[in-house]
Design a protein around this ligand. Structure first.
Ligand code: HEM
Length: 389
């Protein structure tokens, strides 16, 4: 039988010569040090994205993007289609987990200073992927066409409309008109199932390709340790650890989907009064809460509200430019100012989110995650000798 496989292999290699690529993959290694556990976070984010693609395609088979059919098609899916409720639930949970892990992955590569030369473009493509993930979340929220999603989208797009100069244009571009109508729904659907997936595939493809060709970076704080320990082989040692994590994640997703199914709410009625408790998805909460704290009024013809909106825009721009702004890390391998700014940013996001929900849960989530990462780091630590390159 071995001879049979070798024969097939030779036949394929002659027609699809991937030999050099395969050799490179087989020789790829992963540095081993006390922060190696953070190398699993990007792969975990990728796993949730793959789940989104598969479950999203299944949902598309039943979903109808029109005001007189969207809610009913999701209702049909949840009550009549075999396992439809589970697929929808998993799609919603996985969307949230993907965004959560993208944030955690970004924070980890930020504090490990993995954006240093030559990984500037890896960082930028990662930022774009995160913004696209947020856009996926925003556009997907409206699709079930329920009361909460309609009003939250109204508030969200209203905020974009406040931007001086470009605001009204952005608002009409997002809504496909002045109000949220069936036109908005089909527009959001187009973004959600065609434009954003195409963009995400391109940027993530580039991101992962760069990671594969440049290899994993070693944080400045662990350079000595990594040079003293033998790196781990990517195939099979690291890949199997990745696979183990994905299997656990699939179990968690199935459990969450089954035990805490996603609700559908009541059908959207654009003429009804705004329902109580309109709020965005949790990942926009820190911005929403910031805006809620701003008093009404204007200065020199500019509404106060505009200032934090522009502030968040500027923050996003600075985030993209981090590899070019942090000159210290290139010179000395140290940039305490950027570490402090990062810690401040994370604290701001967590505290504002907790405040927005009037709940300690976001803080518990962060503490629980930190404990989990320490535990996984301990379980997956490489040993001297067996299993390493
Ligand atoms: C949104 C979805 C994303 C996916 C699916 C993804 C996927 C990955 C994967 C599989 C890796 C290799 C394993 C690892 O180091 O964790 C990686 C590395 C990396 N990612 Fe991402 N990523 C995403 C978002 C981001 C974001 C938002 C940033 C930062 C702005 C980012 C920056 C990086 C950098 C700099 C590396 C190289 C790490 C190193 O060499 O040590 N990624 N990503």
């Amino acid at each position: 039988m071995r001879g049979g496989w070798a024969e097939i292999d030779r036949w394929l290699e002659e027609r699809i010569p991937l030999g050099p690529l395969r050799q490179a993959a087989l020789h790829k290694t992963v540095p081993v040090h006390r922060y190696s556990v953070f190398y699993y976070l990007g792969g975990m984010t990728l796993f949730f994205f793959a789940v989104q693609v598969v479950t999203g395609i299944l949902l598309m088979l039943y979903y109808r993007p029109a005001p007189d059919g969207a809610f009913e098609s999701v209702e049909f899916l949840m009550t009549t289609v075999p396992f439809g409720w589970l697929v929808r639930s998993i799609h919603s949970w996985s969307a949230n987990l993907m965004i959560f892990f993208a944030f955690v992955h970004m924070a980890s590569v930020y504090f490990m200073k993995a954006y240093r030369r030559p990984r500037e473009i890896t960082w930028i493509t990662g930022c774009v992927a995160l913004f696209l993930a947020l856009a996926f979340g925003f556009s997907g929220y409206l699709l079930p066409w329920n009361q909460l999603s309609l009003f939250a989208t109204r508030v969200g797009t209203d905020i974009a409309g406040v931007v001086p100069g470009l605001g009204p244009w952005i608002l009409r571009f997002l809504r496909g008109g002045d109000r949220i109508t069936g036109g908005t729904l089909s527009r959001f659907y187009g973004w959600h199932v065609a434009i954003l997936p195409a963009m995400m595939t391109f940027f993530l493809g580039l991101h992962v390709l760069l990671v594969q060709t440049l290899g994993m970076s070693v944080p400045p704080a662990a350079e000595k340790e990594a040079s003293e320990r033998r790196p781990m082989r990517f195939f099979p040692n690291f890949a199997l650890r990745d696979l183990f994590g994905w299997t656990v994640a699939l179990g968690v997703l199935a459990a969450l989907g089954a035990l805490l199914p996603w609700e559908l709410g009541v059908k959207a009625d654009p003429f009804a009064p705004a329902p109580p408790g309109i709020r965005p998805e949790w990942y926009f909460m820190f911005m929403f809460q910031t805006l809620k704290l701003v008093p009404g009024g204007e200065i020199a013809g500019v509404e106060y509200e505009v200032l934090p909106i522009l502030g968040f825009g500027l923050g996003a721009l600075l985030l993209v430019l981090v590899p070019f702004l942090d000159r210290g890390v290139a010179r000395s391998g140290r940039s305490p100012l950027f570490t402090a700014a990062g810690a401040l940013g994370v604290t701001y996001i967590v505290v504002m989110t907790a405040w927005g929900y009037r709940s300690w849960t976001p803080i518990y989530v962060v503490l629980g995650l930190a404990a989990l990462i320490v535990l996984i780091g301990w379980v997956t630590r490489g040993r001297e000798g067996g299993g390493q390159a």
